[in-house]
Design a protein around this ligand. Structure first.
Ligand SMILES: Nc1ncnc2c1ncn2[C@@H]1O[C@H](COP(=O)(O)OP(=O)(O)OP(=O)(O)O)[C@@H](O)[C@H]1O
Length: 343
């Protein structure tokens, strides 16, 4: 049985649908990412799980209990949102202890748990400082410790790393994952960062315009996207429609001699699956970008723009015609809409 079950959720702001008939089952102890572009309904979904937005339709079941109508403070759910919202007038220790005090945990147990939580985020030495005396990353870790210390059944994290610089974000990814595994907490994690979702999650739920477009382990959504939308999100920058053995776009058609599924659909390639410099097609170099280990080329071709790569010593320059290869290697076959989704 799933630990958290979202059943046919409809979420609205006034009359506008933000999330439509969304169902999702999450197992205990897993970290599930909601990934998608701005406005697709990730935060709205989280708010409904936290009890901050009442569903127009559908049920939310946590640990076998229907919590749809329960107030936020009776749900046993921890929250870490983008802005850390630490109490500025309380020390690090007091910030982390706050929730335990509210829950009337006895002082000796409370102190032990706060120390444990601070040590798990590597901040024991900072317990007497105030938030303003910490870096952004340290504040973020206090926010995490404060959420973990309650030992909630479920922890909701909404873009918790978005205010951090790139290096710190990388560090915090593995830190959150380590804590999640060590403490066996079930987490729902909102991000629009593909790399973050891929590196941290047991499962990635890709959302588009209020529905789930695809849901699967990171390896699956990365290597077997089902729709052009998911493919684009996973770095397949070359996606073309096919029909009758040819690739087509508004720019034109390109005979495609390799086997393709019958009927119509889309084929997608990442830039690193398109070799520049050899192959059966020709394109004109529109842009080249040196990237150290390789050069990335943008070519204009019969079907439009193609992005591919070549070794770092590739000589071609803008305006020059060059061969390129588009074949079965690294190719994915895509269908127009996610199954079960009404357009
Ligand atoms: N308070 C609100 N009132 C009215 N509409 C809202 C409100 N909050 C969100 N929306 C709308 O609901 C839809 C989903 O928004 P939501 O914040 O859930 O998206 P998101 O995927 O979390 O985006 P982001 O990555 O930008 O945070 C959007 O169309 C948004 O404009």
């Amino acid at each position: 049985m799933s630990f958290l079950s979202l059943q046919h959720l409809n979420l609205k702001y006034g009359k506008a649908d933000a999330v439509k008939d969304l169902s999702l089952d999450i197992e205990e102890g897993q970290l599930i990412s909601l990934l998608g572009p701005s406005g697709c309904g990730k935060t709205t979904t989280m708010r409904s799980v936290a009890g901050l937005l009442e569903p127009a339709k559908g049920r939310i079941v946590l640990g076998g209990q229907d919590i749809t109508d329960r107030s936020p403070d009776k749900r046993d759910i921890g929250l870490v949102f983008q802005s850390y919202a630490l109490f500025p007038h309380l020390t690090v220790f007091e910030n982390v202890a706050f929730g335990l005090k509210l829950r009337r945990v006895a002082a000796t147990e409370r102190d032990g748990r706060v120390r444990e939580a601070l040590s798990s985020v590597g901040l024991e030495e900072f317990s007497a400082r105030f938030p303003a005396q910490l870096s952004g990353g340290q504040q973020q870790r206090v926010a995490l410790a404060r959420a973990f210390v309650i030992r909630p059944k479920l922890l909701l994290l909404d873009e918790p790393l978005s205010n951090l610089d790139a290096r710190l974000r990388l560090e915090m990814r593995s830190e959150i994952r380590r804590l999640q595994r060590e403490l066996g907490i079930t987490m729902l994690y909102v991000t629009h960062d593909q790399g973050e979702a891929l590196s941290m999650s047991d499962r990635i739920v890709i959302m588009r315009a209020g529905h789930i477009e695809q849901d699967g382990p990171p390896e699956e959504v990365w290597s077997r996207p089902r729709t052009p939308f998911v493919a684009a999100f996973m770095g397949y920058e070359n996606v073309f429609a096919y029909e009758g053995g040819a690739l087509s776009s508004s720019a034109g058609r390109l005979a495609f001699p390799h086997p393709v599924p019958t009927g119509t659909g889309f084929l997608g390639w990442r830039p690193d699956s398109v070799q520049i410099g050899s192959g059966e097609y020709t394109g004109r170099v529109m842009a080249r970008s040196y990237q150290g280990q390789q050069v990335e080329f943008l070519l204009s071709s019969a079907v439009g723009l193609i992005k591919g790569v070549a070794p770092p010593d590739a000589p071609w320059v803008e305006g020059q015609d060059v061969a390129f290869n588009l074949g079965p290697a690294g190719m994915v076959s895509l269908v127009d809409t996610a199954p079960g989704v009404k357009a």
